[in-house]
Design a protein around this ligand. Sequence first.
Ligand SMILES: *Cc1c(COP(=O)(O)O)cnc(C)c1O
Length: 391
Amino acid sequence: MHCVGEHVDQVEPERRGESRDKRLAILGGDPVTAKPWPRWPSSSPATQRALSEVLESQRWAINGPADGRPAFGALFEASFASYHGVAHCVAVTSGSAAIRIALQALGIGYGDAVLVPGLTWVACASAVLAAGAVPVFVDVEPATLCMSPEAARAALSPEVAAVLLVHAYCTTADLDAFSVLCREHHVALIEDCSQAHGALYRGRRVGSFGDVGVFSMQQTKVLTSGEGGAAITSSAGIADRMEQLRSDGRRQRPDARPGEESLEEVGAVQGYNACLSEFQAAILHERLGELDQANAIRERNARHLDACLADLGLGVPLRRSQHCERATYYKYCLRLHLDAFAGRPVENVCAALTAELGLVFSPIPGVRPDSKQSALQPVDGQARDVVDGAS
Ligand SMILES: *Cc1c(COP(=O)(O)O)cnc(C)c1O
C-alpha cells in the first residue's frame, strides 16, 4: 500500500499544549500540527518582475512580434538544455504534449507499441494513444515503483518501438539496465522525468540518457508554471522535428527584426499548437535557478522522515534505485504496514493522516486493472487497442 503526501519541505515536531484534545483529528480532536506548511507553488520577487515584463510587452505568445529582446521561451529552452548538458530543449504546454512530440519526432505511431509502466499517471498511456501507438503496460518494481527491466524484456515484441521510462516519485529508474535493453533491441528510450526534475543518476541529470527526456511542469511538479512541459534531446534532427510539431510546422527565427513575427513557416512536418506562453516560460526561466537548492532541502527532509519512520514500524519508504545520487521527491511515498493500523483500508489511513497533518495524503493513482483510468475504459476506437501486459 502506498501513500503520497504533498511536498514535504519541513518536518518538525509540534509542541503540545495541555488543553489539547487528544482524540484523532479525524474524530474531532486537535491535529498534531496546526503549523502552516510552506506555500506551493512558490515564487519570488524575480518571478513577479519577469511576469510584469511579459505583461507590459507586446509579446505574450511565442509568435508575438519580436521586440529586440530575447523571448522568455527561448531563454528558458537554452537554460533548461544547458542545465541538462544537452544541446536542445523544446518547451510545450504539458508533459502529455512532450511525450507526444517525442514519439512523433522519433517516427513512432500507427502499428507501433510503446512500453509504459503499469503504475503511473494516465497521461503516459493516453499520450502514446494520441500519437497513434499502443501502450503496453509493464510491471513496476514494488520497492521503487519504477518499471522492472526483467518485465520490460519479457514484454518486448517486434511491434515495440520505444520504452517510456518513468522516474517515479522518489527515485530514478534503472537507467543502466534500460540503456542496454534499448540498445540491444534497437528500441528508442524516452525518459519521463515529470516527477524527477534535477534528479541525478551516476552524476548526470536524468533526461539526458535517453533519446529524448520529457517533463511536465504542471502545478504539482517540482518545477512548475501551473501547466507546461518540455522535451530535451542531444539530436539536432529530433529537436527540429519536435519544434515544428510543437508550433504548427514553424520554427523560431533568430533574425526576426522588431515588429516581425518570431516564427517562420517550414512545413516539413505537420504540427499542431502546443506552444508555451511567454508568461509560463518567464516563470520557468526564473524558478529553474532555485530548483537545485529546493531539491536539496527536500532530500534532506525526506531522509530525516525516512529515519523517523524506520523507528515507528508503520511503513517503509520507497527504496532508491542503485546509482540514484539525487532523488527529487515529487511526492513522498511509503508502503504502509496496514496491520499496524488494525487492518483499516488505506483510504481511511490517508484520511486520518490528512486531518492530522493538514497535507493531502492519498493512495497512488495509477493505470491499474482495477482502476477507473480512462485508458482502461474503452469508450472509443482508440482505447480498445490497449494491451494489458501487467500481471
Ligand atoms: C504529470 C505527469 C505527466 C503528465 O503531465 P501533464 O503536464 O499533466 O500533461 C506524465 N507523466 C508523468 C510521470 C507525470 O507525473
